[in-house]
Design a protein around this ligand. Structure first.
Ligand code: PMP
Length: 360
């Protein structure tokens, strides 16, 4: 069967070449006579897979010395708890709420200690970002948490340089990591669930500065202690080996594409095509403030929501799938991660224009 264009927010489309390589290597990885799924995580074969994945990620993101890269489990949701468990150290943290995910992160953190919510854009329907310089921040906070791309509403932070300095920044980058060059040194800790721009579900990437290690609350499960995971190369227990292998293939694919600068150029073009069409249509609408519209997740509504089901049914006939918006927002959402080819976005734009001609 021919592949369709998959606009899912995650688990999301993977690069075709990566799937083909994984398929070729499935039964017999690198001549060792077994699948990656079947090999010991302590053996030298898997050791080399993990090492390459880490090294390639370091090259792609330009991770500076002093940071540790961890491949953990429990998804980004586990990080909502694991971050405060490891970093609060009896102090307090500041949280910026700009969408459903940072709201969840803030709520979860409250279970683990003192948290101040220092911004909340819910009043405008999560369609904007706060003015960073006007936030009432605690200079003694253990960290400041934010989500740099809100997957559901499609709100993205572009200018990392203007983010507050002073306390370590902790960022949930699940849905836009690797979509463009990112200055890791601005952050104390970055986390990202894998199933959007990294690989299959099952791993959560954590990049943490060594200064933040060793502050874990007493009594937390050893599996959740960043310092212990760093000491054990993410292998306090058996890691999701196949998912790490797949992430490694995606990192190599990104390097072959020309790295994150090249990805940014393509991602910009893809997003611009959709936003221009939406804004010029008088039929589709995206309510997010233009300077913080996500390049990865493009939510939009139709003028008449009664047309939603027809849109979805006709889209399917054009090979356009998993584009239904989140239930809290309605309408549609086109998630156009790195692995969504430009042809896919063109196919969507052509279909949207045709749909409007027919039903508008
Ligand atoms: N943060 C963001 C920004 C997300 O988009 C998601 C999932 N869509 C999560 C956190 C939760 O991730 P997980 O399901 O891997 O726990």
């Amino acid at each position: 069967m021919e592949r369709i264009y998959n606009f899912s927010p995650g688990p999301a489309v993977l690069p075709r070449e990566v799937l083909e390589q994984a398929s070729d290597e499935l039964m017999n990885w690198n001549g060792c006579g077994m699948s990656v799924m079947e090999m010991s995580h302590r053996g030298k074969d898997f050791g080399s897979i993990l090492e390459s994945a880490e090294a390639d990620l370091g090259i792609l993101l330009g991770i500076p010395p002093g940071y540790r890269t961890l491949f953990l489990q429990g998804g980004a949701t586990m990080q909502f708890a694991q971050v405060p468990m490891n970093l609060l150290a009896g102090g307090s943290a500041d949280y910026v709420v700009t969408g459903d995910w940072s709201k969840k992160a803030c709520k979860e953190a409250r279970r683990h200690g003192a948290v101040r919510q220092v911004a909340d854009t819910e009043a405008d329907g999560f369609t904007s970002l706060p003015s960073w310089s006007e936030l009432d921040l605690d200079p003694d906070a253990a960290y400041l948490h934010l989500c740099t791309n809100e997957t559901i509403r499609g709100v993205e932070v572009f200018d990392f340089d203007s983010l507050p300095a002073g306390v370590p920044l902790v960022a949930d980058m699940s849905s836009h990591i690797l979509s463009r060059p990112m200055d890791v040194s601005r952050f104390g800790l970055i986390y990202a669930g894998a199933q959007k721009n990294i690989g299959p579900a099952g791993i959560c990437l954590v990049i943490v500065h060594e200064d933040l290690l060793g502050k874990a609350a007493e009594g937390i499960p050893s599996l959740l202690d960043y310092a212990l995971q760093a000491e054990n190369h993410s292998m306090v227990n058996t890691p999701p080996t196949f998912a790490i292998y797949m992430a490694g293939l995606v990192f190599k694919w990104l390097i072959r594409q020309g790295g994150l600068k090249a990805m940014e150029r393509v991602n910009l073009r893809k997003a611009q095509l959709l936003y221009d069409l939406i804004d010029g249509s008088g039929f589709y609408n995206n309510p997010v403030r233009p300077d913080c519209r996500s390049r990865m997740n493009v939510p939009f509504t139709l003028r008449d929501p009664k047309l939603d089901e027809t849109f979805l049914a006709e889209a399917r006939l054009h090979g356009i799938l998993q584009i239904k918006g989140h239930k809290s927002v309605g309408g549609m959402r086109a998630s156009i991660y790195n692995a969504m080819p430009q042809e896919g976005v063109h196919a969507l734009a052509d279909f949207m224009a045709e749909f409007q001609r027919k039903h508008g």
